[in-house]
Design a protein around this ligand. Structure first.
Ligand SMILES: [Zn+2]
Length: 344
C-alpha cells in the first residue's frame, strides 16, 4: 500500500510500504477514506534530522473497517469509523476516568509496528477502546466536521474545559490555527459571553468571527496583553486557551488571565518550564491542559456535529489526494492553508 513517510525536515514522500494487516486479536484493519495534516506534523517538518528509515506520518483519519481480530466486539467489517489521534484500550483506570490520552496500554500512530494515518490503511490496536462507529455514509457532507473530531475539535474543546469556560465567562484564545479556531467553537458552545481571538491572518480571523469570536486582538506581546485588558475591564480573561505552544504565546496566554482565572494549554510546549511563575502564583491562576482525550470527546461532540450545531470542518481550506500530501505539508507550513484534508 502507499503511505506518507518523512525522512527529515522538508522531506515528505509517498511510498510503497508493507500492507497494513491484523496482528493482535484486538486489532481492526481500517481502509482510510479521509485523513489530515496536523499542525503538530509541522514540528518534525521543520526540525527532523535526516533518517534513513523514515517516519510514518499521520494520526487523524476516518475510514471503513475491512477486518477485525477475534476479540473485537464494537466494530465490524463495513463500519464507517473515526479514530482519535491516540489509540487506547478503553478499560484501564485512566480510560475509565475519561482520560484516554493517558491510557496505560495505549499509544501513538506511526510508531513501532502501528501504521500512520496518512496512508491507504491502518492497523488500529485496541479497536474496541479506540474506534467510534459513525452513523453516516462515506460521502456524507458532514465528513470534514467528523474528521476534526479525531484531533483539532477535541483539542480545542479540551483547552476550553481546562480553562473552565462556562456561561457568562470572558474567554481569550491565543492562536488562530485550526485548534484555536476550534477553541472558539468550543467556547461558544460552552456558553462564553465574550470570546477574544488573538491572531492576525485575515482569513482565519474572518472564520473565527463566524465561529463566534466577539473581539479580535492582532497585536503581539505586551501590546496584546494591554489590548485584552482593555477589552476585559482591566482584569484579563476568566478563561484563556493556549493553542500554539511557543514561549511567546505562552507568556501572552498566562499574562492575560485575570486573577482566579484559568489557562488551558493544548499547544505542545516548545520550552522547558512554565514562564511568569510569580505573576500567575500571586494571581491564583490555574494552569491546566495537555493532550486531549479525543476519544471521550468524540461521543460528547458527535451529536452537535451530526445536527449541524457546530461546523468545525470549515477549518479545512484545502483538499489533496494522497500523492499531493508533500505539497499539502508545504502549503500548511507556508500558512497558505489553515488545515489540509487528504481524500483517498
Ligand atoms: Zn486505557
Amino acid at each position: 500500500m502507499r503511505a506518507t513517510v518523512m525522512y527529515g525536515a522538508g522531506d515528505v514522500r509517498i511510498e510503497s510500504v508493507p500492507d497494513a494487516r491484523l496482528i493482535e486479536s484486538t486489532d481492526a484493519l481500517v481502509r482510510v477514506t479521509r485523513a489530515c495534516i496536523c499542525g503538530s506534523d509541522l514540528w518534525p517538518y521543520n526540525q527532523m534530522e535526516h533518517s534513513e528509515t523514515g517516519q510514518r506520518m499521520g494520526h487523524e483519519f476516518i475510514g471503513v473497517v475491512e477486518a477485525v481480530g477475534t476479540d473485537v466486539q464494537t466494530v465490524k467489517a463495513g463500519d464507517m469509523v473515526v479514530s482519535p489521534f491516540l489509540w487506547s484500550d478503553g478499560t484501564c483506570v485512566f480510560c475509565q476516568e475519561g482520560l484516554q490520552s493517558e491510557c496505560l496500554y495505549g499509544g501513538r500512530y506511526g510508531f513501532d509496528d502501528v501504521d500512520g494515518g496518512q496512508g491507504e490503511a491502518v492497523r488500529v490496536p485496541q479497536a474496541d477502546g479506540t474506534l467510534v462507529r459513525l452513523p453516516v455514509a462515506a460521502d456524507d457532507a458532514l465528513m470534514p466536521s467528523l474528521l476534526t473530531l479525531s484531533d483539532v475539535m477535541g483539542t480545542g474543546h479540551h483547552a476550553a474545559l481546562a480553562a473552565k469556560v462556562g456561561p457568562g465567562k470572558t474567554v481569550a484564545v491565543v492562536g488562530d490555527g485550526a485548534v484555536g479556531l476550534c477553541g472558539v467553537i468550543a467556547a461558544r458552545r460552552l456558553g462564553a459571553e465574550q470570546i477574544i481571538i488573538l491572531g492576525r491572518r485575515p482569513d482565519r480571523i474572518a472564520l473565527a468571527k463566524e465561529f463566534g469570536a466577539t473581539d479580535v486582538v492582532s497585536e503581539r506581546g505586551e501590546e496584546a496583553v494591554e489590548r485584552v485588558r482593555e477589552l476585559t475591564g482591566g482584569f484579563g480573561a476568566h478563561s484563556v486557551l493556549e493553542c500554539v505552544g511557543y514561549e511567546e504565546s505562552t507568556v501572552t496566554a498566562l499574562s492575560i488571565a485575570r486573577p482566579g482565572g484559568a489557562v488551558g494549554r493544548v499547544g505542545l510546549p516548545q520550552q522547558e518550564s512554565i514562564p511568569t511563575t510569580l505573576t500567575t502564583f500571586f494571581d491564583n491562576v490555574t494552569i491546566a491542559g495537555g493532550p486531549a482525550p479525543a476519544r471521550a470527546y468524540i461521543e460528547q461532540l458527535l451529536p452537535d456535529v451530526l445536527d449541524g450545531t457546530i461546523e468545525p470542518g470549515r477549518v479545512f481550506d484545502r483538499i489533496v489526494p494522497l500523492d499531493e500530501v508533500p505539497d499539502g505539508y508545504r502549503a500548511m507550513n507556508d500558512r497558505e492553508a489553515i488545515k489540509v484534508m487528504i481524500e483517498l
